[in-house]
Design a protein around this ligand. Structure first.
Ligand code: NAD
Ligand code: TYD
Length: 358
């Protein structure tokens, strides 16, 4: 049975990936989820899988080389999927240190422990071992509103402390590939949305605030463009790259869903009104009047857009979920999981670990 070591599995994309993998492979795989549970890590995201015999949670910091080395010693890990990171641009502007530590040092520790566990005496690697580093399109910098795209060959030009730390981590992965022929891939994906996303990011923040009649903060003129990818499509892309990607290669994963932030907010407001029952009292306060233009983010990248041509041609992946469908699924999930949102916004979710894993 193949064993996956997933880092950051209690976060937004990691938990969706774990659900995707168990839906797809059921008992054919084993997953070890390593997460230190920062404010963004929520084990409640995984309560559907925590009783499975083929799932294990280990609370550990990816920067802790002894703890990570021990996990490799005690388990025959076949695949690593490295999600663990500090992921929010606004936080990186306020407090970059945690980003450099986790994203750069943490990636180094993961790479080095995997290399030590997988390398044979002759310098080659054990058969079938693979490391996948999950990164972002933000490493490529910012595009103008001119129809251009990020490709795997686009030079790196990160602007925020977040994207600079992710770019550094990608460079370390590339260095391991080039120097040691380390069996790895990098995926750089666009903005994800979907269930379990922490409400500091644009889409869950707008859904949550609108339902409560709170203002919707729009940075700058609201015309910055992001390329939105439904999180399940991303999970599928990661698995397909792991299965069919050429080792050592980078693959961009994008949604072909470019939208201005203000368009996103309008779509969410319209979809909420379409989906809420006629007699729901929250309808009364959902309107465009909630939109509040606020000071722009420092160094705010204008536009991100990925042409996912390489992953389509080589791996056969393409984004299946159009935004109109994905946003309905996401809003439906938030309607059905109001308690999740309440616990996340009140901080109560952090008590879940104490309760479950004491
Ligand atoms: P997230 O912030 O929701 O989750 C991050 C997870 O990592 C949390 O569970 C947290 O507890 C864990 N973590 C943080 N520091 C850790 C440490 N030192 N040791 C162990 N665990 C630690 O992030 P996300 O949105 O799920 O993003 C996952 C990955 O995907 C990140 O590498 C991010 O850079 C990348 N990415 C995200 C997006 C996006 O739109 N969310 C887009 C492109 C790439
Ligand atoms: P975000 O979800 O933080 O993702 P990223 O910065 O990684 O792209 O932000 C998406 C876009 O929405 C970005 O252009 C910043 C903007 N934004 C707002 O206008 N208001 C908000 O409250 C937030 C969180 C983001």
């Amino acid at each position: 049975m193949r064993t996956y070591l997933v880092t950051g599995g209690a976060g937004f994309i990691g938990s969706n990936y774990i659900h995707y993998m168990f839906r797809k492979y059921n008992n054919e795989i084993r997953i070890i989820n390593v997460d230190v549970l920062t404010y963004a890590g929520n084990l409640e995201n995984l309560k559907d899988v925590e009783k499975r015999d083929n799932y294990t949670f280990i609370k550990a910091d990816v920067c802790d080389k002894d703890a990570i080395a021990k996990i490799f010693e005690e388990n025959d890990i076949d695949r690593v999927v490295h999600f663990a990171a500090e992921s929010h641009v606004d936080r990186s502007i306020k407090d970059p240190e945690a980003f450099v530590r986790t994203n750069v040092l943490g990636t180094f520790v993961m790479l080095n422990c995997a290399k030590n566990a997988w390398m044979l005496e002759d310098g080659t690697f054990k058969e079938g071992k693979k490391f996948l580093h999950v990164s972002t399109d933000e490493v490529y910098g910012s595009l103008e509103d001119d129809g251009s795209y990020f490709y795997e060959t686009t030079p790196y030009d990160p602007h925020s402390p977040y994207s600079a730390s992710k770019a550094s981590s990608d460079m370390l992965v590339r260095a391991y590939i080039d120097t040691y022929k380390f069996p790895a891939n990098i995926t750089n994906c666009s903005n994800n949305y979907g269930p379990y996303q922490f409400p500091e990011k644009l889409i869950p923040l707008v859904i949550n605030n609108a339902l409560q009649g709170k203002s919707l903060p729009v940075y700058g003129d609201g015309k910055n463009v992001r390329d939105w990818l439904y999180v399940d499509d991303h999970a599928k892309g990661i698995d397909m790259v792991h299965e069919n990607g050429r080792l050592g290669e980078t693959y961009n994963i994008g949604g072909h869903n470019e939208k201005q932030n203000i368009e996103i907010i309008h779509i969410i407001l319209d979809t909420l009104l379409e989906m809420l029952p006629e007699n729901d009292p929250r309808r009364a306060h959902i309107s465009r009047d909630l939109i509040t233009y606020v000071e722009d983010r420092k160094g705010h990248d204008v536009r991100y857009a990925i042409a996912p041509d390489k992953i389509k041609a080589e791996v056969g992946w393409y984004p299946e979920t159009m935004f109109e469908e994905g946003i309905k699924k996401t809003i439906k999930w938030f309607f059905e999981n109001e308690d999740w949102m309440k616990r996340v916004t009140s901080g109560d979710y952090q008590a879940y670990y104490e309760e479950m894993y004491k």
